[in-house]
Design a protein around this ligand. Structure first.
Ligand code: NAD
Ligand code: IPM
Ligand code: MN
Length: 364
C-alpha cells in the first residue's frame, strides 16, 4: 500500500474552512483508491505570526521539505496589513515558494458547462474556455534586488522594487510551458511588456530561441496590456499562456472570472524536484471568513492536482473532478456561483455533497 505524507497549512481567513473540506475529500479518495495519506498540520501566515511571531517558522518549512506534497489554504488578512513586507503573512507563501524551489505555477482556467451563466461575461464569450496560465513563481519583481523603502530627500522616501530575470530562469519556465502546451492544443502565448522593459526583451528572445526545439508548438507573443483585454474579448483564442510572476498573478485572477468565480480556480506550484504545493488561486477572503460562505471547490480541485502531479494518483484525481461536476449537475451552489434559480448552500454543506458524490460515482 502506497503511503504519502502531506503537509497541511490551513492559514488564515477562509483557509481553515476550505482546507477542512479539501482534506476530507483527499481522505475519501485515498480510502476509495487504496492508498494511504498521512496529514501533518503546521502554522503559516497570520496564524503563525500570532503563535510564534514569524509568518513561516522554520519547523513549517522543514515539514514541507520532508513531505510528498504541501496542501495550503490561504494566508493574509487586515489584522496583519500594517506590518512591513518581510513580516507579513504573505511572506510565508513567498518563503515556501523560494524555499521549495517552486518556480512553475500552473493555473488552469476551464469553464464548467454548468457555470456558463455564473460568469459576469456573456455565455457566448466564456463557453468552451479552457486555458492554462504558466506563471513564473520564484523570480521577477517579487524577488528582485534592490528592494525597500529608502530615504531620499528630507521628508521624501522612495519605494523600490526590481524586475529582473536571468536567461536560465526564463528558459526553465519556458520549457515547462512548451511541454504543457504540447500536451494541450499546441499553442503557447508568451506575455510580456517587451515594448518598454529590457527584462521583457530578454524574456521574448529566450522564448523565441526555445521554439525550434518544440516544432509541434506554435509560439506567439503578446503585450500584457493587450492580453488583459483579449482575455475578456475572446478568451477562447488562448490555450497556454506563459508569463512572469507579476503579470501571471494579475492575469490569472482575471482568467478566474471567465470560469464563474475565483472560488473555482486551483493551482499547482512545482519545482524541478521535491514536493509540489497546491493551493487555490484566491486569497483568504476576509470579507466572508468564519461565515461558512466560502466556495471550497478551488481547494478541492487543488487536491485533485496534488494527487495527479505529486502522487501519480491520476484516477483518484479524475474522480474528484467528476464529483465537482456531479454536485454542480445536482444544482448545488455556494453564493459566489449561485445564479437565478439556486438557493446557495454553505461551505460545509458543499463539502458534504462532494463527499456524497465521491462515494456515489461509478455506481459502486
Ligand atoms: P481574495 O481572493 O481573498 O478575495 C477577493 C474576493 O473574492 C472577495 O470578495 C472574496 O470574498 C472572494 N472570494 C475569494 N475566494 C473565495 C471563495 N473560495 N469563495 C467565495 N468567494 C471567494 O483577495 P483579497 O481580498 O485581495 O485578499 C485577501 C487577503 O488574502 C490578503 O491578505 C491577500 O494578501 C491574501 N491573498 C492570499 C493568497 C494566498 O494565500 N494564496 C492569494 C491572494 C490573496
Ligand atoms: C497569489 C497571491 C500571492 C501572490 C500573494 C498573497 C503573495 O496573490 O498566490 O496569487 O501575489 O503571488
Ligand atoms: Mn494572486
Amino acid at each position: 500500500l502506497a503511503e504519502y505524507k502531506i503537509a497541511v497549512l490551513a492559514g488564515d481567513g477562509i483557509g481553515p474552512e476550505i482546507v477542512e473540506v479539501g482534506v476530507a475529500v483527499l481522505q475519501a479518495a485515498a480510502r476509495r483508491f487504496g492508498f494511504g495519506l498521512h496529514f501533518e498540520e503546521a502554522l503559516a501566515g497570520g496564524a503563525a505570526i500570532d503563535a510564534t511571531g514569524e509568518p513561516l517558522p522554520a519547523p513549517t518549512l522543514e515539514l514541507c521539505q520532508a513531505s510528498d506534497a504541501v496542501f495550503l489554504g490561504a494566508v493574509g488578512g487586515p489584522r496583519w496589513d500594517e506590518l512591513p513586507a518581510h513580516q507579513r503573512p504573505e511572506k510565508a507563501l513567498l518563503g515556501l515558494r523560494s524555499g521549495l524551489g517552486l518556480f512553475a505555477n500552473l493555473r488552469p482556467a476551464r469553464i464548467l458547462p454548468q457555470l456558463v451563466d455564473a460568469s459576469s461575461l456573456k455565455r457566448e464569450v466564456v463557453e468552451g474556455v479552457d486555458l492554462l496560465v504558466v506563471r513564473e513563481l520564484t523570480g521577477g519583481i517579487y524577488f528582485g534586488n534592490p528592494r525597500g523603502i529608502f530615504p531620499e530627500k528630507k521628508q521624501e522616501r522612495r519605494g523600490v522594487n526590481t524586475m529582473s530575470y536571468s536567461e536560465s530562469e526564463v528558459e526553465r519556465i519556458g520549457r515547462v510551458a512548451f511541454e504543457a502546451a504540447r500536451k494541450r492544443r499546441g499553442q503557447l502565448c508568451s506575455v510580456d511588456k517587451a515594448n518598454v522593459l529590457e527584462v521583457s526583451q530578454l524574456w521574448r528572445e529566450v522564448m523565441g530561441k526555445l521554439a525550434p526545439e518544440y516544432p509541434d508548438v506554435e509560439l506567439t507573443h503578446m503585450y500584457v496590456d493587450n492580453c488583459a483585454m483579449q482575455l475578456i474579448r475572446w478568451p477562447r483564442q488562448f490555450d497556454t499562456i506563459v508569463t512572469g510572476n507579476l503579470f501571471g498573478d494579475i492575469l490569472s485572477d482575471e482568467a478566474a472570472m471567465l470560469t464563474g468565480s475565483i472560488g473555482m480556480l486551483p493551482s499547482a506550484s512545482l519545482g524541478s524536484s521535491g514536493p509540489g504545493m497546491y493551493e487555490p488561486v484566491h486569497g483568504s477572503a476576509p470579507d466572508i471568513a468564519g461565515q461558512d460562505k466560502a466556495n471550497p471547490i478551488a481547494q478541492v480541485l487543488s487536491a485533485a492536482m496534488l494527487l495527479r502531479f505529486s502522487l501519480g494518483e491520476g484516477a483518484a484525481a479524475d474522480r474528484i473532478e467528476q464529483a465537482v461536476q456531479d454536485v454542480l449537475d445536482q444544482g448545488y451552489r455556494t453564493g459566489d456561483i449561485a445564479t437565478g434559480g439556486h438557493q446557495p448552500i454553505g461551505c460545509r454543506a458543499m463539502g458534504e455533497q462532494l463527499l456524497a458524490a465521491l462515494e456515489r460515482t461509478d455506481g459502486s
